[in-house]
Design a protein around this ligand. Structure first.
Ligand SMILES: Cc1cc2nc3c(=O)[nH]c(=O)nc-3n(C[C@H](O)[C@H](O)[C@H](O)COP(=O)(O)OP(=O)(O)OC[C@H]3O[C@@H](n4cnc5c(N)ncnc54)[C@H](O)[C@@H]3O)c2cc1C
Ligand code: FES
Length: 249
């Protein structure tokens, strides 16, 4: 287990914080760490900042993520990693599509030329829209409080996707599914970062299994071609006990 001391906390939305801590490790965009909160649990979190001062950006969902969002400067943070297959980076114009806290894992890919479709439930939950140059970001909200009223895929409809060298997509699985269905017949390269329940994070327990892949080791990033061969993507997930349950259609 690695430990570091938190040197910075930034609230990035009413429910989400970025935590910064020094860690001299080589990390690539798309990789994650397993963060341990003693007495509560260990959860996978993407690295949102990959310089010498690393960072994670966490939305409060349940007990462990909530405890992380309440940490303070000077607290110790315990973790393992970095783990997972990073995004494949390319030269050329890229489009990132993020839903909710999924923007955290996409943040290291953003440069001055990157175009983004950023979606969230409300205006206050849109993450990192200020990281794009003026005119390079399309906002989408469920309630219409900012940008287009709708879901992430509605933000893609006005774009000529074939002009992008690559798309990178990260967010809730139902959002990934709708983006995949929209782009599957379009000639554009894409990589998706998936989420599944994880226990070990290192390819031992199989709790993150999807169509014979282990998400922690073979993913969490998967190419459009890999996704096209998955039957469980957008259809089934495993619970804590290993039970296979259907996702909403
Ligand atoms: C590779 C990977 C990278 C991740 N990166 C990030 C990240 O950068 N930032 C971040 O905030 N989260 C990230 N997550 C998700 C994070 O691990 C979960 O939010 C976390 O496991 C929730 O744990 P918990 O114990 O707090 O809540 P739990 O007790 O596990 O969940 C509480 C409730 O919230 C629901 N829930 C849990 N996770 C989600 C979710 N993602 N979306 C919607 N509902 C959910 C559960 O179904 C349950 O009802 C990542 C997950 C993976 C697999
Ligand atoms: S989390 Fe254990 S194999 Fe992936």
């Amino acid at each position: 287990m690695i430990h570091s001391t938190i040197t910075g906390i930034e609230r990035v939305s009413p429910t989400t914080v970025s935590i910064r801590f020094p860690w001299e490790a080589a990390v690539l965009p798309g990789q994650f760490i397993m963060v341990w909160i003693p007495g509560l649990g260990e959860i996978p979190i993407s690295l949102s900042h990959i310089g010498d001062i690393k960072g994670i950006t966490i939305k409060s969902f349940g007990p462990t993520s909530e405890a992380l969002t309440k940490m303070k400067e000077g607290d110790r943070i315990f973790f393992r990693g970095p783990y997972g297959r990073p995004f494949t980076q390319v030269k050329g114009k890229i489009l990132v599509v993020g839903g909710g806290s999924g923007m955290a894992g996409l943040l290291p890919l953003i440069n001055s030329d990157t175009v983004g479709v950023v979606s969230a439930r409300t205006k206050d939950e849109l993450l990192f829209v200020d990281r794009f140059l003026e005119g390079n970001v399309i906002k989408v909200t469920d309630d219409g409080s900012a940008g287009i009223k709708g879901i992430a895929v509605d933000g893609l409809k006005g774009l000529d996707l074939q002009k992008f060298t690559k798309m990178y997509i990260c967010g809730p699985e139902l959002m990934l599914r709708s983006v995949y269905r929209y782009i599957r017949e379009i000639d554009v390269d894409a990589e998706f970062s998936l989420e599944r329940l994880m226990k070990c994070g290192i390819g031992v327990c199989d709790s993150c299994s999807i169509d014979g892949y282990q998400l922690c080791r073979d993913g969490p990033t998967f190419s459009k071609k890999q996704i096209s061969g998955m039957h469980e993507f957008g259809a089934f997930k495993l619970t804590e006990s290993g039970k296979r349950i259907a996702l909403p259609k």
